[in-house]
Write a protein that binds this ligand. Structure first.
Ligand code: G6P
Ligand code: MN
Length: 423
């Protein structure tokens, strides 16, 4: 069996390699075809993977490719985890909207729109090169917009991933005073816009409204990924659990102020740490038992992706939260909307579980985000400026034609090299 990894020079690879190791027995004999146009980053991660596999006697072989086609040839799974333009492009995604008073974010809002426009042409190329039976297992953000473009505009098989729910569920366990490993939440909605009304401890349903009534809102503790104070405050108001990205919708103007005061973008902060990070990976790669930092893509990022591949490959029917066409799972959203829901992952793909309607207070918002995402995906595929403008005007962060227009003009110009469809 062959698994292609597109974006294998990514700083998230140490976690992916650990993920592969944790299922090494189930995947024994697999060839990993690493691809990245950045030959130096690809080389570091290839050495690391070989070193880590050798140290654990894992039966994997690793080949590395700077061209796409030889990496994809014969692959049963194409795992995508790349960012066209790298952190420099992410900096633009984060700073252009902010200049116009809109949250600059790499997945939500206009920043995510620009990222979708860069990612989707590459995904469409991958879909055209991959074999007809190959599964594209996509982490490239914005994962559901990318998944939507592949699902509606190509014949390829695709599933969209995000591990946000793993860390969010852990955060809620901490806030609610429950043991993390035993807590399960039914997160439903759209990627980075999910909500959980149902919570189980060891399989037994919990009384969430009562738990939220008793919850004291903690102060501080915010990280780049999570803001427990605001999340607790928000959950008490809503009566159910919000995804951490809900902060950008319900505290939009406060976040704009904070981002401006902070002065650097998240991309700039990451860029500043990456040289030392890659240096550490390079040094670990030659050790007898490499132990690289998981500072990038920590948590269960890699394990989750490899578990999804194993569930598909071994027809496990395992219950996992993935991005897949709705097909009735969430009432009130179209059947072909890419939703994030619990699904049984089988050889023929994820089977989304029937979850009912979204909670009333966020039903309209989620529907609006869906309409934006559909427009964003169509614009990224077709290169229509008009549809792109409609997408930005429809986004709940924007709702202004002049602002949408300015962000679009600046964004398309700044990212021109990665946007052949708009040429
Ligand atoms: C979470 C999100 C990912 C996102 C990442 C950004 O894990 O679910 O979709 O890419 O955060 O993390 P970073 O460290 O790059 O800011
Ligand atoms: Mn995510």
């Amino acid at each position: 069996m062959r698994i292609a990894v597109v974006g294998a020079g990514s700083g998230y690879m140490p976690g992916v390699i650990r993920g592969l190791l944790h299922r090494a027995d189930d995947l024994a004999g697999t060839e990993l075809a690493f691809h990245d146009p950045d030959a130096a980053a690809l080389d570091v991660m290839t050495r690391l993977a070989r070193g880590m596999f050798a140290a654990r006697d894992a039966a994997f072989t690793v080949t590395s490719h700077t061209a796409l086609k030889p990496a994809l040839d014969g692959a049963s799974y194409v795992f995508t985890t790349f960012r066209p333009g790298g952190m420099a492009a992410r900096h633009l995604d984060e700073s252009i909207p902010l200049r116009h008073g809109v949250v600059g974010q790499e997945t939500a809002g206009p920043g995510g729109f620009l990222m979708a426009c860069r990612s989707i042409p590459v995904l469409l190329e991958i879909a055209s090169l991959a074999g007809p039976d190959a599964w594209i297992v996509n982490y490239t953000n914005p994962t559901n917009v990318v998944t939507d473009a592949v699902a509606r505009h190509t014949g390829a098989r695709v599933v969209g991933l995000c591990d946000q729910h793993v860390g969010d569920t852990e955060m809620w366990a901490g806030l609610l005073g429950l043991p993390a490993g035993r807590l399960e939440a039914d997160w439903i909605g759209l990627n980075h816009a999910t909500w959980a009304e149902r919570l189980r401890l060891d399989g037994a349903e919990l009384d969430l409204p009562a738990l939220l009534d008793d919850l004291d809102v903690p102060g501080g503790g915010a990280t780049p990924w999570r803001d427990p104070s605001r999340m607790a405050d928000l959950a008490k108001a809503l009566g159910f659990l919000p995804n951490s990205y809900a902060k950008y919708y319900f505290f939009h103007d406060e976040v704009v102020r904070e981002l401006r005061e902070k002065g650097t973008t998240r991309a700039e902060d990451i860029q500043a740490m990456l040289p030392a990070y890659y240096e550490q990976v390079r040094a670990e790669a030659v050790k007898a038992d490499p132990d690289p930092s998981r500072e990038r893509g920590g948590g269960e990022h890699g394990e989750f992706a490899v578990d999804v591949i194993c569930a598909l490959h071994r027809d496990e029917g395992r219950r996992m939260i993935v991005n897949t066409p709705n097909r009735g799972a969430i009432a009130g959203l179209p059947d072909d909307a890419i939703v994030e829901v619990p699904a049984l992952v089988t050889r023929s793909g994820p089977i989304p579980l029937v979850m009912g309607a979204l909670p009333g207070p966020v039903r309209g918002l989620t529907r609006a985000i869906h309409e934006y995402e559909r427009l964003a995906s169509d614009a990224a595929v077709t290169g229509s400026r008009r549809v792109a403008l409609q997408a930005l005007m429809a986004h709940p962060f924007v709702r202004s034609k002049p602002v949408a227009e300015r962000i679009l003009d600046e964004g398309l110009a700044a990212h021109r090299a990665h946007l052949p469809q708009f040429a």
